[in-house]
Design a protein around this ligand. Structure first.
Ligand SMILES: [Zn+2]
Length: 270
């Protein structure tokens, strides 16, 4: 969309004008953007090196918003989301090793091999009593696209870590507060901007007041960059992230989600 409303200064911005603001103005105002029609949170994305111009967006828009994607939109992603919602067992097992890069410390257990084989349910094979196996990225897409999935009681299991209904396991960044400290959840939402500390720690910043960040330690940064295949850190601005991990409260009061394993993260840019 070409226009977004900034609640910080009460101004509707045209995209070309917003993109020309100073770095510090962009940094603060991009956190306070909403859709001009439905007033749900919006984001700003800079022009990409690939040639795509700067834009505003909101994912999701309110269901009734005319600026959102038409609900009938078909594509591979949408089909995957439909699949997730139609799962007959009401049970999804997260398959984090599907298509994973080679790992020095892999976990070659039989359970994980079985998961990988079952990663794509076509409806043609035998319908055993096993849960549907799904990778993280389709789950993130389902969270973005489907209020029905976000509110559902479908059990989502990450073997050896957790098993909870979708409406408890997945917590949007906007709903995170310190009451969730030390809780293992699927935290997800929009990345507003990124930062790099002097020690090489990589921060994905979210939250309206920069009060919630996702931390990728220097040791994991190369893995993270390889897995998600980006050149410039700022390419991640405006993307959605899902990370399975624990929330903690730093001494500064800031809330931090540590990325312990890059395979427990998914990014979505469409
Ligand atoms: Zn809208």
């Amino acid at each position: 969309m070409d226009t977004a409303y900034c609640t910080a200064d009460g101004t509707p911005y045209y995209i070309a004008n917003f993109a020309q603001l100073s770095e510090s103005e962009i940094a603060s105002k991009r956190r306070q953007l909403i859709c001009v029609e439905c007033r749900w949170p919006a984001y700003f994305k800079r022009a990409a090196t690939s040639g795509q111009g700067a834009c505003f967006g909101a994912r999701p828009h309110a269901p009734t918003c005319s600026l959102g994607a038409p609900p009938s939109k078909k594509g591979p992603g949408s089909n995957e989301v439909q699949d997730i919602l139609r799962n007959p067992m009401n049970h999804i097992r997260i398959d984090i090793n599907y298509g994973a890069h080679d790992k020095v410390n892999g976990d070659p257990s039989d359970v994980d091999k079985a998961n990988t084989r079952g990663g794509r349910f076509t409806g043609d094979g035998p319908r055993g009593p096993s849960p549907m196996n799904r990778r993280l990225r389709p789950l993130l897409k389902a969270l973005i696209e489907s209020e029905q999935f976000r509110n559902s009681n479908i059990i989502v299991e990450l073997p050896r870590y957790t098993s909870l209904p979708a409406n408890q396991l997945f917590v949007n960044f906007d709903a995170v507060d310190e009451g969730l400290a030390n809780e293992f959840r699927g935290y997800w939402g929009l990345i507003f901007d990124t930062g790099m500390s002097a020690d090489g720690s990589f921060w994905l910043n979210t939250g309206k007041y920069d009060d919630l960040s996702i931390l990728i330690t220097p040791e994991k940064y190369d893995d993270f960059k390889r897995k998600f295949n980006f050149q410039l850190d700022r390419e991640l601005e405006g993307m959605h992230l899902l990370v399975l991990g624990k929330l903690r409260k730093a001494w500064s009061g800031k809330l931090i989600i540590d990325v312990d394993d890059v395979d427990r993260c998914a990014l979505c840019d469409d």
